[in-house]
Design a protein around this ligand. Structure first.
Ligand SMILES: CC(C)(COP(=O)(O)OP(=O)(O)OC[C@H]1O[C@@H](n2cnc3c(N)ncnc32)[C@H](O)[C@@H]1OP(=O)(O)O)[C@@H](O)C(=O)NCCC(=O)NCCS
Length: 173
């Protein structure tokens, strides 16, 4: 199945809340997300990303067959890291394993490199998150190393994998 990226709309709030209001999705993300995740939480997120200063973040709804099936964001870093963007994403559990994350990551990187001065897009999946690591590898990211014991999530000490894609290694759109 292929997917499309588009900007968020406030009318996506119910769909977004359904995708991320799932403990199996949240278990692989950083802490700080509300649980349960309500449509009002989703509206807050959508308002925030729509109001962000241009170029500070790139946020996409991932859609397939006309419905929202995930989210992808690239956050510009600060200070000397301002030409780096951190990538985060998630896909609705019922759609896992169909190539959606791989396709969304590839599309987003091509678009954002074409529209910005970012030189590097990186992601930091937990070490056990094989699906995420595999999707990044399939999208052309290089594994740069393992950040040992770099996270504690749900009382587990976790290694974190560092992946990056450079502008010069990304195909043009
Ligand atoms: C990680 C996630 C985004 C992957 O999305 P997806 O659309 O299922 O990913 P894709 O289908 O594009 O690719 C996943 C790949 O991992 C493989 N995979 C999945 N689980 C695996 C496992 N346990 N061991 C080995 N490979 C696995 C799949 O087979 C596929 O590779 P293949 O095409 O070579 O067979 C999705 O599982 C998710 O949203 N998880 C919760 C949130 C999350 O982890 N976000 C990322 C944080 S860094």
């Amino acid at each position: 199945m292929d997917c499309t990226l588009r900007p968020w709309r406030l009318s996506d709030a119910d769909s977004l809340a359904a995708v991320i209001g799932n403990p199996k999705v949240q278990a692989n993300l950083r802490d700080g997300l509300p649980y349960p995740y309500t449509p009002e939480n989703a509206r807050d997120f959508i308002r925030e990303v729509c109001a962000a200063p241009p170029g500070s973040l790139y946020a996409f709804a991932i859609t397939a067959r006309g419905r929202v099936v995930g989210s992808l964001t690239i956050y510009r870093q600060q200070n000397v890291h301002t030409h780096s963007g951190e990538l985060g994403y998630y896909i609705a559990q019922e759609c896992w394993g169909q190539g959606l994350a791989t396709s969304a990551i590839g599309q987003a990187c091509r678009l954002v490199f074409a529209q910005s001065d970012l030189l590097r897009i990186f992601a930091q999946p937990f070490g056990y998150n094989t699906a995420s690591c595999r999707a990044l590898e399939k999208a052309g990211f290089t594994h740069e190393g393992t950040l040992r014991q770099h996270a504690v999530k749900n009382n587990r000490v976790l290694d974190v994998e560092l992946y990056a894609l450079l502008r010069e290694d990304c195909p043009r759109p």
